[in-house]
Design a protein around this ligand. Structure first.
Ligand SMILES: O=C(O)C(=O)C[C@]1(C(=O)O)C=C[C@@H](O)C=C1
Length: 377
């Protein structure tokens, strides 16, 4: 399987024309014809946007808020396309939205995070899109469930849609976080691993929820080999009718794009290749040693479990576990390692030790180490 998107699609053709990253920009919501045109003109003049985005129907958490201008806004996008030549993209959530969008010549559609969670809704959209040939972008579901994201993409593929891209917009979490939607980078990395053929875009506006986070999130996405960025732009972000805190002016978007560091996927430089190869060999050796140490720990766990069985002693030893959970991160910090990483690693080691001991005490364990990436993995 190729390691980068190679299929000939709407998105890969644009990538081939201008190179990585593809830039999608435009307001969170189309608010007025003047606003739609002002952003389109500014983006066109700066020459870096490949696709224009605008929300027409806005899924809001509570009723009574600004829910978008609806169908009335579609002619404004037609006018913006006419004037700038930029392809227009909007979100669709129902077959009726698809019908209206296509009637008005919208070039690209996207399925929002709140729709991707619902297989019935995605299937209805896939049925409505079948045979249209319109390019579609699929945002991740709000919950961190990779199988659901891939499932939505597969429903569209089964409906014959070939021009597809995935958008990583982050995930809802209960825990407080500096992000509006936690990026949980392991999920898009796993998507790339399973579907390297798909164009993957990053949405720093919805992940960050704040202007000042756009640059570091976008930089990380580029360093993780995303194919493009979708960034909300508004002529007067503070007075935007939706998502005011995360929108930037087209001028600021230009600055962000020029501040980003664009790196190579690899290098042909012989010195680089030799040095990287040498370091990777040493990392292979270090990993062998790491696995040997884990094997040694597992053998000790086994012995202890057998001894516990003979003496009828329980598996969980809270005091001992608390001591381990306190001391290992401390030891790690002294060695210059990341304490939080080691704390998480030890939680996994402890769960595996319990699984191993359950097998000794009670026969086959009922569960393996839980998959950390959510259901369906
Ligand atoms: O020390 C024990 O009694 C163990 O079972 C070992 C171990 C561990 O793997 O370190 C596992 C389970 C306990 O909760 C505490 C520690």
């Amino acid at each position: 399987m190729p390691t980068t998107p190679t299929a000939d699609t709407f998105f890969t053709r644009r990538l081939a024309q201008k190179g990585n990253p593809l830039i999608i920009a435009g307001p969170c919501s189309a608010e007025s014809e003047e606003q739609v045109l002002a952003v389109a003109r500014a983006l066109k003049a700066a020459g870096q946007a490949d696709i224009y985005r605008a929300g027409i129907w806005k899924p809001r958490t509570k009723p009574g808020g600004f829910e978008g201008r609806g169908t009335a806004a579609l002619p404004w996008l037609q006018a913006a396309r006419q004037e700038t030549g930029l392809p227009m993209a909007i979100e669709v959530a129902t077959p009726k939205h698809v019908e209206e969008a296509l009637k008005h010549g919208i070039d690209v559609l996207w399925i929002g995070a709140r729709t991707t969670v619902n297989p019935f809704a995605v299937q209805e959209l896939a049925d409505a899109l079948a045979g249209t040939g319109v390019p579609v972008m699929v945002k991740n579901p709000v919950n961190p469930d990779l199988a659901l994201w891939i499932g939505a993409i597969e429903r569209l593929e089964r409906a014959g849609i070939r021009d597809l891209a995935a958008i990583h917009r982050g995930f809802s979490t209960f825990a407080p976080s500096r992000y509006r939607n936690a990026p949980t980078w392991a999920i898009p990395i796993e998507l790339k691993t399973r579907r390297p053929d798909l164009v993957l875009l990053n949405d720093p506006s919805h992940i960050g929820g704040r202007r000042d986070l756009l640059l570091p999130i976008a930089q990380k996405a580029l360093d993780l080999d995303y194919d493009g960025l979708i960034i909300e732009t508004h002529p007067d972000p503070d007075h935007a009718l939706s998502d005011a805190a995360q929108q930037v002016t087209p001028a600021r978007l230009q600055e962000i794009l020029s501040e980003l560091k664009y790196r190579y996927r690899s290098s042909d430089n012989a010195d680089y290749r030799n040095k990287a190869e040498e370091l990777r060999q040493k990392m292979d050796e270090a990993d062998h040693e790491l696995l040997e140490v884990l094997t040694r720990r597992a053998a000790l766990t086994q012995e202890l479990a057998e001894y516990k069985k003979e003496n009828n002693v329980k598996i969980l030893q809270l005091e001992r576990w608390q001591e381990i959970f306190r001391t290992r991160p401390e030891w790690a910090a002294r060695l210059g390692l990341n304490e939080r990483f080691i704390a998480e690693l030890y939680k996994l080691i402890h769960i595996e030790s319990i699984r191993q001991q359950t097998e000794v005490l009670n026969g086959r364990a009922i569960d393996a180490v839980p998959a950390p990436l959510g259901p369906g993995l």
